[in-house]
Write a protein that binds this ligand. Structure first.
Ligand code: CP
Ligand code: NVA
Length: 307
């Protein structure tokens, strides 16, 4: 089994994983060293601070070992077919954590090797981030079901994963983007269906003025890794979507969230990042706990539904 996105998960399994992550965070001593003797290869085509470091330290805390393979100088498939990469790695290691440009590369890695592949960010999804974010929301509010997360800014990989996992967890979703920067149309369709099935509200708009009701505002960079558009070309279009104190007041949101890296005074003001409405460092801390729960789910016999 792999974790490429949460799109094929049930609401029950998503809730179990989230609850297990919180239990593992609060009482790690109950679980000992569940990855003792196991090795994980982290294959990165793009830069990372949080993901790389939190996986490495997290795996170590679970008793396992991580080997980092730097693939930033060229995409994986330029040197070797991803299928052959995972077939080789599976001769020695127990899982691959991969940050790649194209989702297809993850599918190729998953197609041949017989070890789990964990998506550490691709062009379409960032599932480890979404799990950490909903842990942070649950800690902040006590409950996720019935709350409203409003994503403001560029519709991207982070938005997609927040929507998919959020709907499964019963969190209402609002997405506000500038024209031409909407989320992927196929994902929008899928999320709309999922939201109807889970009885969750899901709205998409380009009108920032209509954002008058949210519990959390979430934003991300206007230019994702690999997007070489000069900032000067999009800044004017995005500036009205900046997340700042005025937007927090307009929407009534209690907290602001951002996956980071954040760009102070572009998509979010530095003042808001540093305020007591910011959940940014909780999200960062919870990356480790989210990922450790995912590793336990994929690599051990633990029955998560017990937690
Ligand atoms: N949020 C996140 O994935 O951060 P990094 O790119 O630093 O890993
Ligand atoms: N959307 C951003 C997220 C970084 C963690 C990117 O893909 O660069």
């Amino acid at each position: 089994m792999h974790l490429l996105s949460f799109s094929d998960w049930t609401a029950k399994d998503a809730n179990s994983l989230l609850d297990f992550a919180i239990t593992l965070k609060q009482t790690p001593e109950r679980f000992g060293q569940p990855l003792a003797g196991k090795s994980v290869v982290a294959l990165f085509e793009k830069p990372s601070l949080r993901t790389r470091v939190s996986f490495d330290i997290g795996i170590n805390k679970l008793g396992g070992h991580m080997v980092y393979v730097d693939s930033q100088s060229q995409p994986l498939e330029k040197r070797e077919d991803p299928k052959d990469v995972s077939a080789n790695i599976s001769q020695w290691a127990d899982a691959i954590v991969a940050r790649v440009y194209k989702h297809k590369t993850l599918e190729d890695l998953a197609s041949e090797g017989n070890i789990p592949i964990i998506n550490a960010l691709c062009d379409m999804y960032h599932p480890c981030q979404a799990l950490a974010d909903y842990i942070s929301m649950k800690e902040a509010f006590g409950e996720i079901k019935g709350k409203t997360l409003a994503y403001v800014g560029d519709g991207n990989n982070v938005t997609h994963s927040l929507l998919i996992l959020g709907v499964l967890l019963g969190c209402n979703q609002v997405v506000v983007t500038p024209k031409g920067h909407e989320i992927d149309a196929n994902i929008a369709q899928k999320v709309a269906k999922m939201a109807a099935a889970e009885n969750v509200e899901f709205t998409i708009s380009n009108h920032i003025d209509t954002l008058t009701k949210a519990d959390v505002i979430y934003t991300d960079t206007w230019l994702s890794m690999g997007d070489n558009t000069p900032l000067s070309e999009i800044k004017e279009k995005f500036m009205p979507y900046q997340v700042n104190k005025a937007l927090m007041e307009q929407s009534g949101a209690s907290y602001v969230m951002h996956c980071q890296p954040a760009h102070r005074d572009l998509e979010i003001t530095g003042e808001l990042m540093d305020s007591n409405q910011s959940l940014l460092m909780q999200e960062s801390k919870n990356r480790l706990h989210a990922q450790n729960a995912i590793l336990c789910f994929l690599l051990t016999e633990l029955d998560l539904s017990q937690f």
